[in-house]
Design a protein around this ligand. Structure first.
Ligand code: ADP
Ligand code: 5GP
Length: 393
């Protein structure tokens, strides 16, 4: 059963002018009031929605990790999301989106049967889609991923899954998996902390939203090593990704690799081989996998994987845009919006500090969103004179 959102009537909204701790954004017949409330010395966001036709307020369920909650400015980007710019934090941490009607929010609203909004942090840089790698146990997924991470440590980050299975020798908690108690993992799943989960070979495995977000926050492309059921769930979610299925050259070779790895008991090997047949059958499910890779010769397969991910393209790095001083403290307010960009103006004498007074946030390259980060944020300094703009103070 969904939680009932409390509703109450009001006469009018009172917002002090220039109140930077509370913003009202008009969306059709609704007003979204994004405010800050201080409770028990902790500051957090307080979101209320006024239906102007019925003059009733709704307090929505707010999903996702929220911004640090300092002073902020807000503007409607489109019918789906509101941009919220935080002040007094680094530029890297200052851009947030409050999703009010994205496909994810619509889906959650349906599940809960009440009003829902969700936070999604904006991440600077080129938005590369996460990569989902599936395939039967023993086919070589882990080996391929390890090679990729070794060759491109700053480009790729591994989404560390949770599992209830026991660690193998040499597996490190927090690096290969988060080894979890079943009851705790089930509780976290029920609280919506997981992007997907599945029962695989008798254990519970799952990808937490945090696992994917922490890789994205480092500006890296996220790699998920998950089974076919997990791939299906991610396909059905709003996380846009590239889906790759790795096949063995033959079933006999798969069995040999699984045995040669020497990490499973005979019983477990039999279970994995049985499941492998079903997974191989599903690899051709229409619309599920974008690419099938045969892992016969390891080096050849690895080169093919790199081609799929355009890593043979010399120009990739030059795409990386943006402000190089994203870690410096920023104090920007939203100045204006056009179809393609939002202008941010510095509140303090940023010019004196050598950083830009005006920034343009490009909207065309934005992608992703809740659950997870909004990627592809491109912020460029603007020359106000060249652009015929007057700075407003
Ligand atoms: P997965 O992660 O898909 O379960 P692993 O990466 O653990 O599989 O690989 C299973 C075993 O097969 C490992 O011992 C690995 O060294 C070996 N292996 C991986 N790729 C190849 C290959 N192309 N040829 C021969 N052995 C391989
Ligand atoms: P292993 O026990 O060999 O590490 O993994 C067994 C299977 O579980 C593999 O097919 C692997 O891809 C899958 N797996 C690992 N992590 C996850 C996860 O987070 N979600 C899902 N659905 N499958 C996972």
């Amino acid at each position: 059963m969904g939680e009932e959102a409390p509703e109450f009537r009001v006469e009018s909204i009172t917002l002090e002018p220039k109140d930077c701790h509370r913003n009202a954004v008009q969306v059709g017949n609704k007003t979204y009031v994004i405010g800050r409330s201080d409770e028990e010395s902790k500051s957090h966001f307080d979101i209320k929605i006024l239906d102007k036709l019925t003059q009733t307020w709704v307090v929505p369920t707010v999903l996702g990790a929220q911004p640090p909650s300092r002073s902020h400015s807000a503007i409607l980007v489109n019918d789906e999301k509101i941009l919220v710019v935080e002040k007094g934090v680094s530029l890297n941490d200052s851009i947030w989106f409050l999703e009010i009607d994205t496909p994810f929010v619509k889906q959650q609203r349906k599940i809960k049967g009440s009003e829902v909004v969700s936070w999604s942090k904006g991440v600077l840089g080129v938005a590369h889609k996460p990569v989902v790698i599936s395939g039967p146990s023993g086919v070589g997924k882990g080996t391929l991923i390890a090679k990729l991470m070794k060759e491109y440590p700053s480009k790729f980050g591994f989404s560390v899954s949770h599992t209830t299975r026991s660690p193998r020798v040499k597996e490190i908690d927090g690096v290969h998996y988060h080894f979890a108690e079943r009851s705790k993992m089930e509780q976290d799943i029920s609280e919506g902390k997981f992007l997907e989960f599945a029962h695989v070979h008798g254990n519970l495995y799952g990808t937490s939203i945090e696992a994917v977000e922490s890789v994205t926050d480092e500006g890296k492309r996220c790699i998920l090593d998950i089974d076919v059921q997990g791939a299906r769930s991610v396909r059905a979610s709003s996380l846009e990704a590239i889906f790759i299925f790795v096949c063995p050259p033959s079933f006999e070779e798969l069995e040999q690799r699984l045995r040669a790895r020497g990490t499973e008991t005979e019983e477990q090997i039999q279970k994995r081989l049985k499941n492998a047949r079903a997974e191989l059958d599903q690899s051709n499910s229409p619309g599920l996998f974008d690419h099938l890779l045969v892992n016969d010769d390891l080096e050849t397969c690895y080169e093919n994987l790199k081609k799929l991910l355009s890593l043979d393209d010399e120009h990739e790095d030059s795409e990386d845009c943006c402000m190089k001083d994203g870690k410096a403290t920023a104090c920007y307010s939203i100045l204006s919006k056009t179809e393609s960009e939002i202008l941010l103006q510095s509140d303090i004498g940023e010019l004196e500090k050598g950083s830009a007074n005006l920034l343009a946030l490009g909207l065309s390259s934005l992608t992703g969103g809740a659950p997870g980060r909004t990627r592809g944020l491109k912020i460029q300094p603007v020359n106000p004179i060249a652009n015929g703009l007057k700075a407003i103070r």
